[in-house]
Design a protein. Structure first.
Length: 121
């Protein structure tokens, strides 16, 4: 499972947001070797004035996932997010990416009222 929050000052139409969420979702599951249903993607577009001014626009990805991901999977995901953003914007390097992994153990996650550690028993 991976939960991804993508935060940016970029603005999107509803259709554009849905397309980008789809690209991010496929990049996530493909890179981390997850089944398609094992991802949640949240795209948050902040209004103008709510972010610092940047030389280059960018999207910051916070990836919350279990500790069993390899360095190679993480590397693939970092590359896949940049490729997805490049595809979305129609060219390499128009919008940059930052990827931050937040790794969590089963004692630090609860789903539907049950700690993941307890659910595995």
């Amino acid at each position: 499972m991976a939960t991804v929050t993508a935060v940016t000052a970029q603005q999107f139409t509803k259709e554009e947001a849905a397309r980008l969420v789809d690209l991010i979702g496929r990049a996530t599951t493909d890179s981390l070797d997850l089944a398609p249903q094992y991802k949640d993607i949240y795209l948050q577009s902040l209004p103008e004035g709510f972010t610092t001014k940047l030389e280059q626009p960018r999207i910051t990805f916070f990836v919350y996932t279990a500790p069993n991901k390899t360095q190679e999977q993480k590397r693939r995901l970092i590359q896949a997010y940049q490729a997805a953003v490049d595809t979305f914007y129609g060219g390499a390097g128009k919008v940059g990416t930052v990827v931050i992994f937040k790794i969590h153990d089963d004692v630090n996650v609860g789903v539907n009222g049950t700690m993941r550690l307890d659910a595995k028993k």
